[in-house]
Design a protein around this ligand. Structure first.
Ligand SMILES: [Zn+2]
Length: 467
């Protein structure tokens, strides 16, 4: 069964016209007790925008039933073998199903799958949509680099199974591949370079980047940070490594132990600001901006707790951008000075007052991702200020204790606004129903009171009536 893909955007901050925060993510799977252990070899051929995949999959099913994988609808299947013999299958709209009539034979088997697939989405090197320039690109393999989102189906994903991967990516000489997991090694041969990775249970799927990266690593206090930068930006590595390690330590102390093996900053060959589990992917122009290591970088690092650690239950709205903005962007200002913190809050109010009209306003329960300045002002700015109001309401001790509880109880599980409310109520020792509103959808902080005060305060801040 094809897994639902919910792309959502992650804004770091609005920086000039180049930076976006975008996050592509596949819906987390609910395991039925089946396991799939992949030994996956991917060969990249940038000259023809193609990859060749050979996957040996050990399938362990909890009970008899058909076996299905999601693979890009653009893939060509060359062979499907089970325990060495050709096996009947169907492949339609990206769903590869092993013959259900012989389902009993797939209970505990070794599947060998050979396929090729072309990924050639046009890349916005000079984007027209500066709000979100990478939007719409799900996969591209080119001489400049390789970028493929998890939802693009570059490898077979078994429906409803717990999966683990030994991944081996080979490409033209000096091509280093990166994904969210543990790097086992890079091996340079005559004309090809091989990157080996180990990934256990990637709940949200795997994205892949590759290019002529220079890799730097640094370990401190048991945490490892890495940079995968192109040669021309290599001088930036020490600054990014130092900042990454400092913020990993800070947020581990604040919320609980960092949930992945390491964290990497990876350069992309076109403008993006993605935050994936255990790494962030940013365009080179963005990386060179001098303030990014203290702004976008901590924002993307915090997403490893909120969004990629504690997962979002999108049915009740995406709360993770507001909480990430509040606990990275805002908290940094607060730690700098009270004035800087007040400026940040004023700017959030101004954004909401000037960018959101009654016609474009909507409750936080409907926020999924940022698509334009108005959705950003609601899903990031207003949402962050709701967390600020909540902190004022329950007090510092309860606020930070609730966030630690949220992380401990919901790591790698989906949490909704209602789950957040219950945790904050537990720590506040009282109902927060009045705070969160009691309208038709009482799971979500209401917009209206906040909107009124935002408009009034923004008018006061700017000395002119709010738009
Ligand atoms: Zn974000």
């Amino acid at each position: 069964m094809r897994r639902k893909t919910i792309p959502f955007l992650r804004l770091a901050l609005i920086y000039l016209l180049v930076l976006t925060g975008v996050h592509g993510i596949a819906g987390a799977k609910i395991s039925t007790g089946s396991n799939a252990h992949h030994d996956l070899s991917i060969s990249l051929f940038p000259g023809k925008s193609e990859l060749e995949g050979r996957d040996r999959i050990r399938i362990e099913q909890a009970e008899r039933g058909s076996v299905a994988f999601f693979l890009s609808p653009r893939a060509r299947i060359h062979s499907v073998r089970i325990d060495g013999r050709e096996h009947p299958y169907t492949f339609s709209r990206g769903r590869l199903a092993l013959n259900p009539d012989r389902s009993e034979s797939t209970l505990n088997v070794n599947l060998n799958l050979h396929y090729t697939c072309r990924f050639d989405d046009p890349v916005p090197v000079r984007p027209e949509n500066t709000d979100n320039p990478g939007f719409g690109v799900s996969g591209t393999i080119s001489a400049l680099g390789t970028f493929i989102l998890s939802g693009a189906g570059w490898y077979p994903q078994m429906a409803d199974a717990r999966e683990s991967f030994k991944l081996h990516v080979d490409g033209p000489a000096d091509t280093v591949a990166v994904t969210g997991g543990r790097l086992l090694g890079i091996e340079r041969q005559d004309t090809r370079t091989i990157s080996r990775w180990r990934i256990d249970n990637p709940l949200e799927g795997l994205s892949l980047s590759a290019g002529p990266y220079v890799v730097e690593q640094q370990t401190l206090n048991g945490m490892t940070a890495a940079t995968y930068f192109f040669m021309e930006n290599q001088q930036l590595a020490p600054r990014y490594l130092e900042s990454s390690l400092r913020y990993l330590k800070r947020y581990s102390d604040l919320f609980g132990t960092y949930p992945f093996d390491g964290f990497a900053v990876v350069e992309n060959f076109f403008p993006t600001g993605y935050g994936f589990p255990a790494y962030t992917l940013m365009g080179g122009r963005v990386l060179r901006l001098p303030f990014i290591p203290e702004t976008s970088l901590p924002h993307e690092i915090v997403h490893n707790w909120w969004g990629n650690g504690v997962l979002v239950d999108f049915a009740s709205g995406n709360w993770c951008e507001g909480l990430t903005s509040y606990t990275s962007d805002y908290l940094n200002k607060e730690q700098a000075s009270p004035d800087a913190a007040a400026d940040y809050r004023r700017q959030a109010l101004r954004n909401y007052a000037s960018l959101v009209s009654p016609a474009t306003d909507f409750p936080l329960s409907r926020f999924q991702s940022r698509t334009d300045p108005a959705t950003k002002a609601v899903g990031y700015d207003k949402s962050a200020m709701v967390f600020h109001m909540l902190r004022k309401e329950v007090g510092d001790a309860a606020f930070w204790a609730a966030l630690r509880d949220l992380y401990r109880n919901f790591l790698f599980k989906r949490a909704s606004w209602k789950d957040l409310r219950q945790i904050f109520e537990h720590h506040a020792g009282r109902s927060l129903k009045v705070f969160s509103g009691s309208g038709s959808n009482d799971r979500v902080p209401r917009t209206y009171d906040w909107k009124l005060s935002a408009r009034n305060r923004a008018a006061m801040d700017t000395g002119r009536p709010a738009a």
